[in-house]
Design a protein around this ligand. Structure first.
Ligand SMILES: C[S@@+](CC[C@H](N)C(=O)[O-])C[C@H]1O[C@@H](n2cnc3c(N)ncnc32)[C@H](O)[C@@H]1O
Length: 231
């Protein structure tokens, strides 16, 4: 019954309910998801699925061949990073994720020293993010509230090389926030379980220009939209 009550609240005000339901923030959601190594692996499998189907489509929405050093922010088990190095032979990718995720990734996926993927354990809200040519945020920003999205985009703007950029990969809603229907349904789950929300492309456009990015371009995809912006 409670879920119906919170569902109605969401429909009325379109605001996240995670604090009212669980009394916790998104940061703690990941803590709860990652209770054991086994749980992290379950999450990895869930993350992997999307990129085995849509990875190539999102990474070729724009030609990324000019970007040499790429940070995959919140890259999880590296499914998208692996696609990236397969498509773009001249890039090197650093996967940045929470230390426990990076440790489990190493153990289960055996990234070798020779690989063009390196792993960086840290908290993207608290720890510095190093300089790179491109920062990828794939399925990251919808989890966080507006303030934290801006905090993250400001942070990467400050360290991004001039001429470098940021690539946002997210499901998005139309301007009335009602369609596409599957994304609207997904949006309800997001509002129940995170402090963020599924946004419209213009909301991302506004974050990016506030952070200082320019040349903001959008490519609509089957499930995920891709936004590339430049410093
Ligand atoms: C929804 S998943 C997306 C994973 C991946 N980008 C993808 O699309 O498959 C969000 C990722 O952000 C990571 N994450 C959450 N909070 C983080 C933090 N404070 N610092 C670094 N990574 C974080 C999670 O561990 C998780 O891998």
């Amino acid at each position: 019954m409670e879920i119906i009550y919170f569902g109605i609240k969401i429909c009325r005000n379109g605001k996240p309910q995670i604090l009212s339901i669980y009394g916790i923030s998104s940061k703690e959601v990941f803590g709860a998801l990652y209770r054991s190594e086994e749980n992290i692996e379950v999450f990895f499998r869930y993350m992997n699925e999307a990129w085995s189907l849509h990875g190539r489509e999102v990474l070729t929405a724009f030609d990324l061949s000019e970007f040499e050093f790429i940070y995959d922010i919140g890259g999880s088990c590296g499914a998208l990073s692996k696609e990236l190095i397969a498509i773009y032979p001249n890039c090197a990718v650093t996967l940045f994720d929470l230390p426990e995720v990076v440790e489990t990734s190493k153990k289960f996926h055996g990234f070798s020293e020779a690989s063009r993927i390196t792993l960086h354990g840290g908290d993207f809200l608290k720890d510095p993010i190093p300089e790179a040519d491109l920062y990828i945020f794939a399925r990251i920003l919808f989890t966080w509230n507006d303030e934290k999205c801006l905090q993250l985009l400001n942070k990467v703007f400050n360290v991004c090389k001039p001429g470098g950029g940021v690539l946002i990969v997210e499901p998005t809603l139309d301007k009335d926030k009602t369609l596409p229907f599957p994304i609207a349904m997904y949006s309800l789950l997001v509002l129940l379980n995170t402090e963020g929300k599924v946004r419209t492309p213009s909301e991302y456009h506004s974050f990016l220009s506030t952070a200082g990015f320019k040349d903001i371009q959008l490519k609509k995809g089957n499930l995920f939209d891709v936004i590339l912006a430049r410093k």
